[in-house]
Write a protein that binds this ligand. Structure first.
Ligand code: UGA
Length: 447
């Protein structure tokens, strides 16, 4: 009989995973402790913006016309325990308040709530990003609390999906990593991922700690790449070099590669920054802190970019204060094709300028609602054109396609001054300069 799957936690990761499992042909039950979220999902609505996810969800949610009916949602752990053969834990692990370490309380509550309902053999699969050592500890806790005892196994299966590409990354993963303690876990996960495996996705089996480390080291490597190129941007600025050309040139070396070498205002979001910090905290607990002290530097290079962008803006405005100056900000989300503003460099820069007296007006294609919630005192406009009206300087801070397609001549007619700072190195300098704009970008010569 086909496996039945539950997905616990229906945020970014869980909602996408649940819909993807239904797409792969399984009966799926999604669980969340927030009833409003469950009601939305049951109606086929996704609580965030993620390209393609709503369509995928609507193809499978029971009760929606024409759907496969394979996907349902609940708030009941009892129902989840009775339903599933494989239970995916997809709750989030945010940074602890006032500490580097990650907050494991959602993971722990999910395990504690599920375990008493596991009365028959089952596989619990952790997908959340956790400090190394968690899986071994949770496996013991699970075996002790589940009525089925050792017939309940644990596997760790980290997730590498990117926001904006979540559906694609989940249905066609570039690798499937599984940390297991026994053979049953591997067998069941091979069954769950049979379709991507048949397509050729590599399946890499290892122990618990290695699987946990794969996730945090992958994100640390990506962050290191970004901070490396941003450090080069700082040197380029000092030496009047061009970091975009530099990145292109070093990227041709296959050992270096072109991806993740886009210099700008740096990385943000709900993953990279907090994962770096949690990794450092955990290494400290293990007595291996020296191995990761370089990540502290990666973090500070990254945070420095935001301050630097504020200073460049001040310079562009003549070097004085921001009082009485109108600053248009294009972009609020931490990256394009997402409505996520968690630790967003764009919103951080907008906020800093606003707090120093600048009159900031923000426009973002999808992130307005979330941005308003986090930063209600900023000005918001309904379109890019409205945002730049009367601006003394325009800041391009999230590289949405919509911004690359803007006509500099049209914008030029409504601004007070034709000055643009490209915080993402994504606009075409020649195009803007031709239309009479002073274009400046991070890590590039000013003219
Ligand atoms: C990241 C990882 O890329 C995923 O593999 C991982 O699964 C995910 O975290 C996670 O742990 O859940 P995501 O947070 O969606 O994914 O964002 P990225 O695409 O990695 O971008 C992160 C930040 O780096 C963004 O603010 C982006 O603007 C910035 N970035 C990216 C740069 O500044 N330069 C670049 O060259 C690339």
């Amino acid at each position: 009989m086909a496996l039945k799957i539950t997905v616990i936690g229906t945020g970014y990761l869980g909602a996408t995973h649940a819909a993807a499992m239904a797409e792969l042909g399984f009966e799926v039950l999604g669980l969340d402790v927030v009833p409003e979220k469950i009601e939305m999902l049951q109606r086929g609505e996704v609580p965030m913006y993620e390209p393609g996810l709503e369509e995928l969800l609507r193809r499978h949610v029971a009760g929606i016309e024409g759907s496969s009916g394979r996907l349902r949602f609940t708030t009941s752990y009892e129902e989840a325990g009775a339903f599933g053969d494989v239970h995916f834990i997809c709750v989030n692990t945010p940074q602890k308040h006032g500490e580097y370490a990650c907050d494991m309380s959602y993971v722990e509550s999910a395990f504690d709530a599920l375990a008493p309902h596991l009365t028959r053999p089952a596989l619990v699969v952790g997908k959340s990003t956790v400090p190394v050592g968690s899986a071994a500890r949770l496996a013991e806790r699970l075996a002790a609390a589940a009525p089925a005892g050792v017939a309940v196994e644990l596997a760790w299966n980290p997730e590498f999906l990117r926001e904006g590409f979540a559906v694609q990354d989940t249905l066609h993963p570039d690798r499937i990593v599984v940390g297991v303690a026994g053979e049953r876990g591997e067998e069941l996960l091979r069954e769950v991922y049979a379709t991507p495996l048949a397509e050729g996705s590599p399946f890499i089996v290892m122990d618990y700690p290695t699987s946990e480390l794969v996730k945090t080291s992958a994100n640390s490597f990506l962050a290191t790449k970004i901070s490396f190129i941003n450090a080069m941007a700082e040197v380029c600025e000092a030496a009047n070099g061009d970091v975009v050309k530099l990145a292109e040139a070093i990227g041709h070396d296959e050992r270096i590669g072109k991806k993740f070498l886009r210099a700008g205002i740096g990385f943000g979001g709900g993953c990279l920054p907090k994962d770096l910090r949690a990794f450092m905290a955990r290494a400290g607990e293990l007595g291996a802190d020296q191995a990761l002290t370089f990540l502290r530097e990666i973090d500070s290079i990254n945070m420095r970019r935001r301050g630097h962008m504020v200073e460049l803006t001040r310079e562009a405005l003549g070097g004085g204060g921001f009082l009485g100056k109108r600053v248009a900000v294009l972009g609020a989300t931490f990256k394009p094709d997402s409505d996520d503003v968690r630790d967003s460099p764009a919103l951080n820069v907008a906020g800093q300028i606003h707090l120093q007296g600048g009159q900031v007006t923000v426009y973002d294609p999808k992130g307005m609602e979330n941005a308003r919630r986090v930063f209600p005192t900023l000005g918001y406009a309904e379109t890019a054109l409205e945002a730049v009206r009367g601006a003394d300087v325009v800041l391009h801070l999230t590289e949405w396609r919509e911004f690359r397609e803007l006509d500099p001549a049209v914008l030029g007619d409504v601004v007070a001054e034709r000055r643009i700072l490209d915080g993402r190195n994504a606009l075409d300098p020649a195009l803007w300069r031709k239309a009479g704009w002073t274009y400046r970008a991070l890590g590039r010569p000013s003219a």
